[in-house]
Design a protein around this ligand. Structure first.
Ligand SMILES: CC(C)(COP(=O)(O)OP(=O)(O)OC[C@H]1O[C@@H](n2cnc3c(N)ncnc32)[C@H](O)[C@@H]1OP(=O)(O)O)[C@@H](O)C(=O)NCCC(=O)NCCS
Length: 147
């Protein structure tokens, strides 16, 4: 049986899944995509991209940290949901940014994805806020490195 593997990729490899799952009609590029510090990861199943995420150094809006990173552009293909691709992507990202010195990771979590981030260890630290056109989000953080 095929297994999902996680690889660091160029941002272009993330565009198709971003377009289908996250961006619906909006540009697939996210500010900061081309920054040298940005880490783009893909989950690959038989060389098909079935999951994507980006990590980027960015000040956390809710918590003081020496070196905070933001998680953005998180998506998995609806055909592979629930088999661990999302968790594997985030887990690999946390290893890589911990090595780079991150002491906190945060995200604007879509309301429907809060449970996913909680499973990984993130905690809600804000009230819900609107991010048009997507809708309600909650601020979530995770202290690093994980021990
Ligand atoms: C949220 C998302 C990335 C999860 O991806 P996934 O590949 O299904 O996640 P995994 O299979 O690795 O799930 C890991 C765990 O989280 C749980 N989980 C996954 N999505 C969840 C959700 N929306 N709510 C609650 N729990 C969830 C899984 O059941 C699994 O639990 P387990 O470890 O007890 O089995 C995916 O549903 C998605 O792309 N959603 C649409 C885009 C989106 O909302 N992105 C996040 C933007 S902030």
């Amino acid at each position: 049986m095929s297994t999902v593997r996680i690889e660091r990729v160029g941002v272009q490899a993330t565009y198709d899944l971003r377009a289908r799952v996250l961006r619906q009609g909006r540009p697939v590029q996210i500010t900061g995509d081309d920054a040298p510090s940005a880490i783009h990861l893909a989950a690959l199943l038989d060389d098909r991209v079935v999951g994507v995420v980006r990590f980027q150094p960015q000040t956390c809006p809710w918590r003081d940290a020496e070196y905070a990173w933001q998680l953005r552009g998180m998506a998995t293909d609806p055909e592979v949901r629930g088999i661990g691709a999302g968790r594997a992507l985030v887990a690999e990202g946390l290893v890589q940014i911990s090595r780079a010195g991150a002491d906190l990771v945060w995200c604007d979590a879509r309301e429907a994805a809060v449970g996913f981030y909680e499973k990984i260890g993130f905690t809600v630290v804000s009230e819900p806020y609107d991010m048009p056109p997507v809708g309600l989000h909650l601020g979530m953080v995770l202290d690093l490195p994980i021990r």
